[in-house]
Structures are given as structure tokens and as C-alpha cells.
Design a protein around this ligand. Sequence first.
Ligand SMILES: [Zn+2]
Length: 361
Amino acid sequence: MDVTNVLFPGYTVGSGLETYEKLGELCARYGTKAVVIGGERALAAIKPVLTEAVKGTNIELVGFEWFGGVASYENGDRLLGLDTVKEADMIFACGGGKAIDTCKYVAMKAEKPFFTFPTIAATCASTTAIAVMYYPNGVQKDVFVAPRPAIHNFINLDIIAKAPEVYLWAGIGDTLAKYTEVPFSARGLELAHKDALPVIMSQMTGDPLLKYGTKAMEDVKNNRSSFELEQAVLAVVLTSGLVSYLIDINLNSGMAHAIFYGMTVLPQIEERHLHGEVVSYGVLCMLMMDKQMDKLAEIYKFMKSIGLPTKLADMEVTVDELDPVLDSAVTKYDIEVGPYKITKEMMRQAILDLEEYNKTH
Ligand SMILES: [Zn+2]
């Protein structure tokens, strides 16, 4: 038998300084010195808050460091050379996906624990152990899996509510894929506990979004934290990350992502449309192909309510541009595991059926 090791991250969700009530206590066993690493905007948002939060604790913030703008091993190596990083007992990783992913590499190399402080709700990076790494020029290089996820994730809704709403919008789009791709990929498989658990958990990525997502988007537009925002943020940042962390990588994706990667051959997608935005469109295509008409109707209505794309024109794409998109999409590993083989023609038909669906819904 193989040995399975799972190390769950803890989490706190709250508003304002109360989010960090237990910070001192939770960090105490790992030392006293922390270096804060993040993106420029994340550092600007978190610096005054964390400076206040550590008052009266034994934690000393030894520096605030910019991660370098790209989640690359090169930026990680540069950070590892900094005195503040060497001196620190632990790393406080702040931001969206890229800064936090860089910190996973730094933490592993430096053999230091890391804590996460998401400042936007665009990805599940603050929860999962998986890091998406890039070349210094910004082209994706590989996926790196840290030995463990963060020790604890401090989710301050006030900071997330003040970030531009486009982050939550795209985060919701990507999370709808977790909700639909994971059960599709796993359908019919005999799964051991470690993979069966996140399939069930994936239900809690989309259900709260369909229920609270529209109100959550209104609240983030008005920079206001609320119960609904909390439910949506936890779906995107926490539950989605737990699913990613636990599940076999081959079950973690599906046709929605294959369509997204295919679409990236088009310049308008690369230049003007976000990952989560295009992925959510791919979710509708997958549901159409799989004839999940009730789920399609529900997600379609929700996506319309928050302005996610439901047809090609919403992404400036025409039917005539589909050939290279589908040639690329059908080669992606994302669709290798599933209840049946997905062909290029099936994808095309789903896209065309969805175009028709838009005319009547
Ligand atoms: Zn994605």
C-alpha cells in the first residue's frame, strides 16, 4: 500500500483586525520573526493592518518584500538571498495567486513554514499546496507541488471587499469549473478516500456561488463585506483550494479548461480576457455536451446575472475562428480522464448548441 500524507491548512475568516486575533498564538510555535512577501498592491493593503495586528504578540515583522511580479523560480531564488528572508523564522505570503505561489517555493527551499494572507479572491492559491510557476518572461513553465499547504490562511474580508471586483468575478468563473469538471472527470471511477472526499467537497464550491454569488458581486463593487461575500469568498479561496490540494491532478480539470487553453491561441483572448472568465464559458460548453440541462440552466442564469460570458461574441470570438481553438483544445491533458472520450466534433457541437441556447434564454 502507498502511504498517503495530508496536511490541512487552518483558516480564519473575518473582518478587520479581528481576523488576526489568534495570529500570535498560531505562529508562536514556529518562532518570532516573520518576513512579509507579496505583490505591490497586496503589500500596500496589508502593511498597516499586519503592523497593527502583531502589536502585543511575540511576532516581529522583519521586512516587507516585493515578490518580483512573476511567479518564477528566479524570483524565488532572489528572495532566498535576502537578509530578511534568511533572518525570518516564517513567511507571511500576501496577495493573489502569483506572490503566494512564489512563496511556496521559497518556503520549501528555506525550510520555513508559511502563512497566507489573500488580498484578493481570484484564486485558491492561499489554500492549495499547488503552485503554477512561470518563466521570467511570463510564459507558464510548470506546476510545483509544495510539501504542504500554508499552516494557516487568514482571510480578511474587508481587504478582499476593497479590491477591484474583477478579481472575485474571475475567481467565481474558475471555481464554477471546479464545481462541474471534478464530478464529471471522476464519474464512474472507484475512488479511494483521498479522491472521493474532494469530489463530494466540490459541491461546496458551486452551491454557495449560485446562492450568494450575485449579491457577493454587488457587495464587492460597493467595497462592503457581508455574509454573502464571505460564502462566495470561501468557495473560491478555501473550498476550491482544498479540492485542488486533495484530488488527483488528473481529476482536477476537464473540458472547460481544455476550451480555455484552446481559446488562448486567439490574440483577443490572450490580450483582453481573463482565465476564469473564459473557463466559465467552457463550463457551459461542457454541460451542454454532457446534456446536463438543469445544471446548465442554473449556471447560465447565474453567469448572466454577473456578466460572465455565455456565448462566443461575449469574448469577441466568431464561429469561423473555432478550428485552431478546437485543434488545440482536444490535445489538452485536462480531458484525458473522464467517463467518455471527448472529440473535437463534440466540442464544436456543444459550442454551436450553446450559441442557439443563447437565442432563446
Ligand atoms: Zn483554472
